[in-house]
Design a binder for this molecule. Structure first.
Ligand SMILES: [Zn+2]
Length: 109
């Protein structure tokens, strides 16, 4: 096969052209992190449930297609769980504070 950028002849299992550094063919697609894994990692901070789902999809994709990104998907999974727990604790803490405040002002007796 030939480099699509500089037309140098290459061996079939080459991933990069030694002349111009161009990534070659199908191998480059298989060696990239699935976008869903990155999306899952980012979403886990903002919308934990969406991040959790995307990270699971990303993890399965990495395993099935033997692509990198398993680590980032796992990180997204863990962060989404941690963020979800923190969100739950913060919401319950806020509700407790609210009820205490309402009790003190005799709105709820
Ligand atoms: Zn080249």
């Amino acid at each position: 096969m030939f480099c699509p950028n500089c037309d140098r002849q290459l061996s079939d299992n080459t991933t990069f052209c030694p002349d111009c550094g161009m990534r070659i063919g199908a191998a480059s697609a298989d060696n990239s992190t699935p976008p869903v894994a990155i999306v899952g990692f980012v979403l886990s901070f903002i919308i934990p449930l969406a991040g959790f789902i995307c990270s699971i999809i990303g993890m399965n994709k990495c395993k099935k297609e033997n692509r990198p990104g398993h680590g980032i998907a796992l990180a997204g999974l863990i962060i989404s769980i941690v963020m979800w727990v923190i969100n739950t604790i913060v919401s319950f803490g806020f509700l407790g504070y609210l009820f205490e405040y309402l009790e003190n002002t005799n709105i709820i007796s």
